[in-house]
Design a protein around this ligand. Structure first.
Ligand code: G
Ligand code: G
Ligand code: MN
Ligand code: NA
Length: 252
């Protein structure tokens, strides 16, 4: 209970940070960055996003958190674009956000206010977005892509998406969940799941990002399987904004 009030106050005070984790192609090209929220509680220290996001979801604070993350990320994107570091930034949004009336319009208004082109923003959604009201979700996603915002399907493989749903959704990227990527090099079944997911996604014209790549062998297997990009500690963990700026400069 105390944690909810503390989180609300931290959002009001601007004490919640965003770190940024790169997505890179196999030639080293930076495809984008994912914003990941970080909160250091004054007494408890670092609180896991899994913990406080669950609290925000169940308490109705999620819209406020998403608004905060979008504002902070777009402010940062505007700075990077002004510096010539023109890399798209992905923001995670919850299923609840996508079902909030007016969400697509509010994102478009925020982009305009920050003077950021829509192509600089990507939104990552999980398959769970489809559970509640698939038609409403599809309508909101169509609204967002209509404004030029790119959609990415996160944690793929952990939910209940059928091929039918995937085909109907206006997403341009699919992220294979790290639970399948982690043991790819040693587990034949996981390797087969990744191979099939790549086939499916490519046949639908989607770009595929593998999450949680930690070693060279996994990187090589993914490259050989025709994966498009990777994200993981092998490349970089999520970094604070200044460190991300330095990292991007080195890559240019
Ligand atoms: O690195 P990590 O511990 O950051 O993230 C844990 C989980 O929290 C992941 O499932 C990630 O997608 C989610 N997450 C991180 N940042 C955000 C955010 O800003 N919004 C939402 N909705 N989820 C986030
Ligand atoms: O659900 P989502 O994919 O948004 O979650 C991203 C989470 O995965 C974040 O918590 C991030 O810190 C974590 N993560 C990113 N790269 C790696 C990695 O290479 N290994 C592991 N174990 N976790 C990672
Ligand atoms: Mn994500
Ligand atoms: Na994710």
């Amino acid at each position: 209970l105390g944690l909810l009030g503390d989180l609300r106050r931290a959002l009001d005070a601007g004490d919640v940070e965003l770190h940024y984790q790169p997505k890179v192609g196999f030639d080293g090209h930076v495809e984008g960055l994912e914003a990941l929220v970080r909160w250091v509680h004054p007494e408890r220290g670092r609180v896991s996003p899994d913990e406080f996001i669950a609290i925000a979801e169940s308490s109705g604070l999620m819209p406020r958190l998403t608004e905060y993350v979008l504002e902070t990320a777009l402010g940062q994107v505007a700075k990077w674009w002004a510096m010539g570091l023109q890399v798209p930034v992905a923001v995670n949004v919850s299923p609840r956000d996508v079902h909030t009336p007016g969400f697509a319009g509010s994102v478009a208004a925020r982009l305009a206010r920050h003077g950021v082109p829509a192509g600089a923003l990507q939104l990552e959604i999980t398959e769970h977005v489809l559970l509640e009201d698939p038609q409403r979700a599809a309508d909101t996603l169509a609204g967002l892509t209509g404004h030029g915002v790119k959609m990415s399907l996160d944690d793929f493989g952990t939910g209940y998406s059928s091929l039918v749903h995937l085909r109907r959704l206006p997403v341009s990227e699919l992220k294979i969940d790290r639970s399948f990527v982690a043991r790819l090099a040693i587990d034949n079944e996981d390797a087969e799941i990744v191979r099939c997911t790549l086939d499916l996604a490519h046949s639908l014209g989607l770009l595929v990002v593998a999450e949680g790549v930690e070693d060279d062998e996994t990187w090589e297997r993914l490259r050989d399987l025709g994966c498009d990009a990777v994200q993981g500690w092998l490349v970089a963990a999520a970094m604070p904004p200044d460190e991300t700026t330095a990292w991007l400069r080195l890559r240019q």
